[in-house]
Write a protein that binds this ligand. Structure first.
Ligand code: SF4
Length: 401
């Protein structure tokens, strides 16, 4: 979930010079440590559907990241992509900071990758969605939800940056899990396990189209009996069903009324598909929760959410219902993002930029965030809770804000 602190950039180290691209491209590709079980079938990530999400043509790479085993695997997976050496994954002004890129926003997201090394491996307390926020193995996203908070921090066009040193991220998490020991008091995050959000600024299901970072995290948590990984997703990636999470990864499918989603969740899997996948993911060993988010107040929103909850009640298997819980998150938005969206998707702004319902708050980094006014938000949260009780009474609301 959002924080007001910019991520990584100012604390990252300086790079160590350019690299010999030809050598990297011709050397042997290191084996993957966590290649998914294939069951003999082609992987989804090699399908035409996956390529519609991500057809990588350009990879901006820090030297160390490109030369690392994970970096070399990624370069080998996209052999036709042009590789552009960069000093730092945070300083690519043409991609990140240029508002003029608004028209190219979606094209950049779907064709450009950045490879970097994460230098700052901080585990931060959270207490809402998860107990802890893990250092991310990626940031940025190939999807383009109109309300997404990631561009507020990363820049306007924000292609996926993959961190190639996921081994160090996992080692940091292992130390944290070990030092914490067992969870002694149940809380709303989980009754028994310490929950770590591993996808704060990225979508781990899409990241799994690129590398084994998500697989490595899922398999690491499968070995830690006192902890659980958690990530929200709007993308159904069947390759994740081939992993072995052993109940230690919570996948949170984000859902909203399909009409809202078609308008706002650009490039994501349809909501119906996310709901239909829940049973398969439970069977594969995931814990399956839902994010009812973002809740967008617009004419008829209560009826639309009631319909969605009734649909979930109709189609979800009993086993999913028995273990499901949900977070309810009201829409937040941002002045700068509104201005950018007006250049490429103004219809979305009719729904999510509603000054008569919203109040502004300047964040620590100076940008103007907006959220529903206190009284309006409180009433809407109560409405969602009432709708859940009426139409999906099996769904525990873990928290709502
Ligand atoms: S899926 Fe998540 S990270 Fe990706 S654009 Fe949408 S809100 Fe942002």
């Amino acid at each position: 979930m959002p924080t007001s602190r910019p991520l990584g950039g100012p604390t990252d180290d300086e790079p160590d010079g350019l690299f010999d691209l030809a050598e990297l491209r011709t050397g042997p590709t290191p084996p993957s440590s966590a290649a998914p079980r294939t069951s003999g079938k082609p992987l989804f990530r090699d399908s035409a559907e996956a390529r519609r999400m991500l057809a990588v043509r350009e990879i901006h790479a820090e030297p160390g990241a490109a030369a690392s085993p994970r970096g070399r695997q990624i370069l080998a997976a996209f052999p036709d992509a042009e590789v552009v050496p960069v000093d730092s994954h945070w300083r690519i002004p043409d991609l990140h900071g240029n508002k003029g890129n608004a028209e190219r926003w979606v094209r950049i997201k779907s064709t450009v990758l950045v490879l970097g090394e994460k230098k700052t491996l901080t585990v931060r307390p959270n207490g809402r969605s998860a107990d802890w926020i893990a250092p991310g193995a990626a940031n940025g996203c190939a999807m383009a939800c109109a309300y997404c908070y990631v561009p507020r921090r990363k820049g306007y066009a924000n292609p996926i940056t993959v961190f190639t040193n996921v081994d160090r991220i996992i080692a940091r998490l292992r130390r944290h899990v070990t030092e914490l020991g067992p969870k002694r008091e149940p809380n709303q995050c989980d009754p028994a396990a310490w929950v770590y959000d591993v996808g704060e600024n990225n979508d781990c299901s899409v990241d799994a189209l690129i590398s084994e970072n998500t697989a490595d995290l899922v398999h690491a948590f499968a070995r830690w009996p006192t902890a659980k990984a958690s990530f929200a997703t709007k993308f159904v990636n069947p390759d994740l069903l081939l992993l072995d999470p052993r109940g230690r990864t919570r996948i949170r499918f984000s859902v909203m009324p399909p009409d809202d989603s078609r308008l706002l969740d650009i490039r994501t899997s349809p909501v119906e598909q996310r709901i239909a996948a829940a049973g398969d993911f439970l069977e594969a060993g995931y814990e399956v929760h839902f994010n009812l988010s973002p809740v967008v107040i617009r004419p008829g929103w209560e009826t639309a959410w009631a319909d969605l909850l009734r649909h979930m009640d109709d189609v979800l298997p009993a086993a999913v219902k028995e273990q499901a819980a949900a977070e309810v998150i009201m829409l937040t938005h941002n002045r700068e993002l509104h201005d950018v969206n007006m250049e490429w998707h103004p219809r979305a702004e009719d729904a999510i930029w509603r000054p008569e319902l919203q109040q502004a708050k300047r964040s620590e980094n100076g940008s103007l965030n907006v959220r529903y006014r206190n009284a309006i938000k409180a009433e809407a949260v109560e409405t969602v809770r009432r709708l859940v009780t009426a139409h999906a009474p099996w769904l525990t609301v873990r928290y709502a804000f």
